[in-house]
Ligand binder design. Structure first.
Ligand code: GLV
Length: 321
């Protein structure tokens, strides 16, 4: 008997092929829109392995609906704030994620947001699309250059480092705040200096968030933190929405406590705080960090590799600590 695998959202066929090649017969959701919660609770019944997307909340209720035979939840994402890891641990359920394969794609988006917001690119594009008359002018739509400015990275994991590399290539210098030490070779290559959180806030011209979303990072960026930033500084978030108190961000922008923000993720995704929508000093994109065809294939394949390993009583490749 092969393990019963339920893939709870539509994933690239490359991932399903990995499962099928391994002799597994995944029951896979094939629609683009997510399953309703009710349907999800039904579909997971009797599953031994769940392959999940970041839009699905994996909590005690879902784990209990699956049943005691559930062995693992393989998330097709590097972030796993959609999963109650403690509830999984309590039931002996392994959790895996997909680190590494989306590092470059996400760092590209962080750099894109840095350039878009500092150089007012989305605002400029809106002028043209609105057919507003415009003309090159010495003082027209001036932005802020990034060369010789300071990038402050919050969370110097793989994506933070990859973003720092890109920013360094644009002439930025790098400071970071991180729980963990980074490889000294990488720190030297980047000329990156580890600083305290408040120093990062007070010194950076661009603050870019790359830490995980959990209880300890919820609203890490709030009113007090925006007050500590330079009035000329920008905030970039490609990590997870709840790390930023979105209303406090709107207030900080309104009060001109910071100069702008580039956001790929939102506190109450897919809802976006109305206070952000009509502001020209923010760039808003719909959670596109890992959204390239090759990256999504690689994510689905890695999640599937984890599922295959678990189905065969082997250690998964990328378990969540
Ligand atoms: C995407 O947001 C991910 O966490 O993989």
């Amino acid at each position: 008997m092969t393990a019963r695998i339920v893939v709870t959202g539509k994933i690239p066929s490359a991932g399903l092929q990995v499962l099928r090649k391994a002799g597994l017969d995944p029951q896979a959701w094939s629609q683009d829109t997510a399953m309703s919660r009710q349907e999800l609770l039904q579909q997971v019944k009797g599953a031994e392995i769940l392959v999940t997307l970041l839009t699905e909340k994996v909590d005690g209720e879902l784990l209990d609906a699956a049943g005691p035979q559930l062995k693992a939840v393989c998330n097709v994402a590097v972030g796993y704030n959609n999963i109650d890891v403690a509830a999984c641990k309590a039931r002996g359920v392994t959790v895996t994620n997909t680190p590494g394969v989306l590092t470059d794609a996400t760092a590209d988006i962080a750099l894109a947001l840095i350039l878009m917001v500092t150089r007012r690119l989305a605002e400029g594009e809106r002028v043209i699309r609105a057919k507003t008359s415009w003309q090159w002018g010495m003082h027209y739509m001036l932005g802020t250059g990034v060369t010789n400015r300071i990038l402050g990275v919050i969370g110097m994991g793989a994506i933070g480092i990859a973003t720092a590399r890109r920013a360094k290539a644009c002439g930025m210098s790098i400071i970071y705040y991180s729980r963990s030490e980074i490889d000294t070779k990488i720190a030297t290559e980047l000329g990156a200096k580890k600083v305290l959180f408040d120093e990062l806030l007070a010194t950076s011209d661009v603050v870019s968030i790359h830490c995980p979303s959990n209880d300890s990072t919820h609203h890490l960026m709030g009113k007090a933190q925006f007050e500590k930033m330079k009035k000329t500084a920008f905030l970039i978030n490609t990590a997870r929405g709840p790390i930023v108190d979105e209303q406090a961000l709107v207030d900080a922008l309104r009060n001109q406590e910071i100069a702008g923000a580039g956001l790929d993720v939102f506190e109450f995704e897919p809802k976006v705080n109305a206070g952000l929508l009509d502001r020209d000093d923010v760039v808003l994109i719909p959670h596109l960090g890992s959204a390239t065809t090759e990256t999504r294939d690689a994510m689905a394949m890695l999640a599937a590799d984890n599922a295959v390993a678990i189905a065969n009583d082997r250690k998964p490749l990328t378990p969540v600590a």
